[in-house]
Design a protein around this ligand. Structure first.
Ligand code: C2O
Ligand code: CU
Length: 459
């Protein structure tokens, strides 16, 4: 939609002046086609869909307690929308096409404006046909700064992604909806990288203290990570501070959409290998982000870091007496389903497959008319997710964070995405304090698009 200046001003005539001024000042976030060099030199560049022309999109930083405003300008040839993953947000700004807003047509725009109650590491990504749009590059980091930042020398975002490229053309393998991958583990790339680089390198000094904000923006890949030449502590998960920093001693698991804030000291000597490694498919450890050590920041490393300042509303009270809602994770290759509801009808496995639906949550494939649950505002609820499939699923709740309730009744850290392993039951508990329609879905985006998406109503 093109608007002349006159039509634009005329359209604003009835809007109070304050809002009109604000709207004109709104910073833009433009979804647009671009070409970037994802593959190593010598291979062709890749046409992508981007925010502002880069992969990932620009890092958006704002202060805790402030208000974020961005005008999404859609210059793509497809409709799109933005989800602000992990923000305990006003429902109307959640960006879910078909549930909280209409997708923004090509040539049009949408104004996002919302409060930022929590500090931490979040991210933003397309939430219209996400399976394809996120894979083509529509994601970026969203960092909300504490009023008093922790004592570190530098703060770095490491956005971890994978891309499935045709090495001859540089193009994305154009089969985002391939039934084979959607009914199995999801689309896994043939190139892994950080901040859009397969060879990401971070120069650092010995005994320098870094805050590393890890974000898994891959469509389906679960990353097993370890540190080399770095001594680290996990200080936050999915944006939310841990009560006590946890020393990193073993493999860290980062499922799609999950985040992890580490504070690390560079302990390697100059010239020694240091960095973040990942477990490749062939079970070897490969460098994901290299830290190249040059010079010294201090003569000795520092001690364990202090915890990050807490965010508001981190308690989940009344869990033991809260109602338990059962949600089976069903379907997929090798297991299938007897039947599930889809678009208001009960379909057999064969009919579901014909509709491109391979999965279901509690007998429902895709969004139904009725929510999975209706909760009253302020009530505590438990959802017991039982994984009846042979695949892991990264289950994400919009709008509210939850704690895992362990079998012994203890509660895990506050987070927004949890990995539910095959044949396991994971129970989450949360306070339904944010009114609106909220998705609960698998963040393996091919799964989400083929059945593993449901919703909750908080009234
Ligand atoms: Cu990160 Cu419903 O998404
Ligand atoms: Cu899944």
């Amino acid at each position: 939609m093109k608007m002349t200046r006159r039509a634009f001003c005329a359209g604003l005539a009835s809007v109070p002046l304050a809002r009109a001024v604000q709207a004109q000042d709104m910073p833009l976030l433009t979804a647009r086609a671009a070409t970037v060099q994802l593959a190593p030199d010598g291979y062709p560049a890749t046409p992508v869909w981007s925010y502002e022309g880069t992969i990932p999109g620009p890092v958006i930083r704002a202060a805790q307690g402030s208000r974020l405003q961005r005008r999404l300008v859609n210059t793509l040839e497809v409709p799109t929308s933005i989800h602000w993953h992990g923000i305990r947000i006003d429902n109307a700004m959640d960006g879910v096409a078909g549930l909280t807003q209409n997708a923004v047509p090509p040539g049009e725009s949408f104004d996002y404006a919302f409060d930022l109650p929590d500090a931490g590491t979040y991210w933003y990504h397309a939430h219209t046909n996400s399976m394809e749009q996120v894979a083509r590059g529509l994601s970026g980091a969203l960092i909300i700064d504490e009023a008093t930042p922790p004592d570190v020398d530098r703060d770095k975002v490491l956005m971890i992604d994978d891309w499935l490229l045709d090495p001859d053309t540089g193009l994305f393998v154009d089969d985002f909806a391939a039934p084979m991958t959607r009914s199995h583990g999801g689309q896994i790339g043939n190139l892994v990288g950080v901040n859009g680089r397969y060879d990401y390198m971070l120069p650092a000094r010995q005994n320098e203290r870094l805050r590393l904000r890890l974000i898994n923006s891959a469509n389906a890949q679960i990353f097993g990570l370890k540190l080399e030449g770095l001594t680290g502590w996990t200080v936050a998960l999915d944006g939310m501070p841990l009560d006590t920093p946890e020393p990193v001693t073993e493999t860290l698991v980062l499922a799609p959409a999950q985040r992890m804030d580490l504070i690390v000291d560079v302990t390697a000597e100059e010239g020694e290998t240091a960095g973040l490694l990942f477990a490749a498919a062939d079970d070897t450890w490969r460098v994901l982000a290299e830290v190249s050590v040059e010079g010294r920041a201090a003569s000795v490393p520092r001690g364990a870091p202090q915890p990050l300042p807490r965010n508001p509303r981190m308690e989940v009270e009344g869990v033991d007496t809260a109602p338990v809602l059962e949600m089976q994770l069903q379907g997929g290759a090798m297991r299938g389903l007897e039947s599930a509801a889809f678009n208001g009808q009960k379909l057999s496995w064969q009919e579901l497959v014909q509709q491109g639906q391979f999965w279901a949550l509690a007998g429902q494939a895709g969004l139904g008319e009725a929510p999975f649950a209706t909760l009253s505002r302020g009530e505590t609820a438990r959802i017991r997710m039982t994984n009846d499939t042979i695949f892991p699923h990264a289950m994400h709740l919009h709008g509210m964070h939850f704690r895992e309730r362990k079998a012994d009744g203890s509660l895990g850290p506050l987070r927004d995405t949890v990995l539910v392993m095959p044949n396991e039951t994971t129970e989450i508990a949360f306070v339904a304090d944010n009114p609106g329609k909220w998705l609960l879905h698998c963040h393996m985006l091919g799964h989400a698009a083929s059945g593993m998406t449901n919703w909750i109503m908080v009234a």
